[in-house]
Write a protein that binds this ligand. Sequence first.
Ligand SMILES: [Zn+2]
Length: 287
Amino acid sequence: MFVHAHPDDETLITGGTIARCLREGAEVQVVTCTLGEEGEVIGDEYALLCSGEADQLGGYRILELTRALEALSAAAPGPTVRPTFLGGAGRFRDSGMADMPSSKNPRAFVNADIARVAATLSELICAFRPHVVVTYDPDGTYGHPDHIRVHAVTHAAIDHAAATEWDVPKLYWAVVGREFARTATEALRDIPAGWDDSPESGLGRYPDGAITTRIDVTCVLEEKRSAMRAHATQVSVSRDGQCYALSNSIVQPILAEEQFVLVRVSSQAAPAPPGGGGDETDLFAGL
Ligand SMILES: [Zn+2]
């Protein structure tokens, strides 16, 4: 189970891992907490869907998420993954950044009671019974208030589920190593005109030495790129497929490795995953 804040996070942060899990026959549930109504739209075609205009972006992003999950499921032997929205589609609204009026909306995800939201997620956990749950680090992987809230809600839900029906064997934070991202960005060639090529990656902010788990997603990079293209209101993919940019036009590499920190192992899992010390290569190791 992957718990994410907005449509597109599942692909940008964990798309390769989702596709690999599916290709290898795992059942995957992607839980998305908001519709991403406050996202900034790239290009003119759908610009008037934004929250200050028609306010239809959230509904449109359900379609983008659906198509992205279809792309990530393309090589899977099992059924295509469908979106799961926490509390139902539209239950919680994208909070936007902390200083924006959207963060004051009573329906904003950050304004919902953590314990009640966690109980809702715990119901999904107890129904799906995942062996592995993936969420964000305490910084929300890149600092967005909804991501920080997803971290808190997921940890509370894991505790709630463990006390009732299902003790999740392994919990991970999805992260991007700072030096790893910087090196990959500096290695990019043929960056599209107009994109900002400063090597400060938006996602790469985690201390590389604290990463426990590295998933090689080389074999599913095409699925990941297709899923990124499905989020066209949010993501531009370069023609050569080596990099992408959000509406801020800052270039980011499409990474062939996704990184995680193993933060919790229940008694259901083996005492220590093989390798340990930063070289675990399988989220299901030890299970
Ligand atoms: Zn997000």
